[in-house]
Design a protein around this ligand. Structure first.
Ligand SMILES: *Cc1c(COP(=O)(O)O)cnc(C)c1O
Length: 404
């Protein structure tokens, strides 16, 4: 055993890009996490919408271990069986004809934006390079994707930023009509803004983006990094809306805790990225692809997705009861197991404080900005854990209110 490490070592040895909790999780099973002190937490964060099948899922462990015995990494000079199986599965379950694999949501969006720029260049010329994105959107942290994101505080310190990106209001159809035009090569949008506060797009808004992109031969990119792989009770959120994008980016839940991401698109656009135009060393790594195959086999089943919708109902009925007593949220928004509770005027800026108290009570939560408490648990979170977790949430709210 090496010397015991503690939370203090984070401050001593790690670049302070994060401000992690005071406790350190050391093991987990299902939706229960245990820290260094042996304290148990119900996990309603799911590693930020990643651990769709809970922690250390037996089927995922089996897929990983089995692949670990045969082939870990081979590089993109060769293909491999797990990645071909995965591509086939994703294509057969979505609108897409082709897949490109990478390692994170940001990379999948980066690939999508590069695809759009090159498609427009190849078919229309260099003038058609504008990307339309939305205020409060989030697309990752590479320079291109953070510039596409709609929160200037995340990008402004890294200027000069990539040019040609315009931001308009989310769900603002008039602004979209006024902005998307002949020079637009791509529109990138989250069907539900996740980091921005769990804000679903209106169907009419997405429909007009679809029409405008068709009209101007611009690539409609749905960033499904957070909403994909069953999160909303549908395999992808575009299926709920009944609106087909040209590209989706998918990551987070795709590997159930193992890093993998993909960009999916149709043949029309896929040919743009011909051999040598884009790539990444680990993209389509056999270990990652083997785990993602196991994730999809579980999640992409009607009963499993139905279970997400049932769990949504359990969460909502309990959360509404809690709010009837506490009167703390002005709105509870959700689709499937992506749930956001927006604090009312009186409690502005207190989402983090509430999640800290929840942790003391043995509950791991997320926030989405200063005013929204967010839940993104495993999609198979046991119903008993939902009850226990929400009881802890209720006590956390009471503690918070009595402190006030
Ligand atoms: C998390 C997230 C990303 C970034 O994914 P990374 O894997 O952190 O790069 C992009 N878009 C959305 C909608 C996300 O929620």
């Amino acid at each position: 055993m090496t010397q015991q490490v503690t939370r203090k070592d984070f401050d001593q040895y790690m670049i302070p890009t994060y401000a992690p909790a005071s406790f350190i999780p050391v093991k987990a099973k299902g939706s229960v996490v245990v820290d260094q002190q042996g304290k148990e937490y119900i996990d309603f964060a799911g590693g930020i919408a990643v651990n769709v099948l809970g922690h250390t899922n037996d089927k995922l462990k089996q897929a990983l271990n089995q692949q670990a015995e045969s082939l870990w990494h081979i590089g993109n000079g060769y293909s491999n069986e797990p990645v071909l199986t995965l591509a086939k599965k994703l294509v057969e379950s979505t609108f897409a004809d082709k897949a490109f694999f990478c390692n994170s949501g940001a990379e999948a969006n980066e690939a999508a934006l590069k695809l759009a720029r090159k498609y427009a260049l190849d078919h229309h010329g260099a003038h058609k390079n504008e990307i339309v994105a939305f205020n409060s959107g989030f697309h990752g942290r590479t320079l291109f994707t953070v510039s596409a994101g709609g929160q200037p505080k995340y990008s402004q310190d890294f200027a000069p930023l990539p040019a040609g990106i315009r931001h308009i209001g989310f769900n603002d159809i008039e602004a979209a009509k006024a902005t998307i035009g002949a020079n637009t090569c791509a529109v990138i949008v989250e069907p539900i803004q996740g980091e921005g506060g769990v804000i679903p797009a209106d169907r009419e808004f997405l429909r007009s983006l679809r029409e405008l992109c068709d009209q101007h031969d611009a690539v409609l990119i749905f960033d499904e990094v957070q909403t994909g792989v069953g999160r909303t009770g549908h395999l992808y959120a575009y299926m709920h809306y009944g609106i087909k994008p040209d590209v989706i980016s998918t990551a987070k839940a795709l590997g159930g805790g193992f890093p993998i991401a993909a960009m999916l698109t149709t043949d029309k656009f896929a040919t743009t990225l011909s051999a040598g135009t884009h790539g990444t060393t680990y993209g389509g790594n056999p270990l990652a692809a083997a785990v993602a195959n196991a994730v999809l086999d579980e999640v992409n089943q009607p009963e499993f997705l139905q279970g997400v919708t049932e769990r949504n109902q359990l969460f909502l009925s309990q959360l509404n009861l809690i709010n009837e007593k506490a009167a703390i949220f002005k709105e509870i928004r959700s689709m499937g197991l992506l749930i956001g509770c927006e604090l009312n005027e009186q409690h502005q800026g207190q989402a983090k404080a509430i999640s800290n108290i929840a942790a003391q009570e043995g509950l791991i939560l997320l926030i989405a900005g200063p005013n929204v408490v967010r839940f993104a648990p495993a999609l198979n979170v046991p119903k008993e854990d939902i009850e226990t977790g929400l009881a802890r949430f209720s006590s956390a709210i009471n503690i918070y209110l009595n402190k006030d």
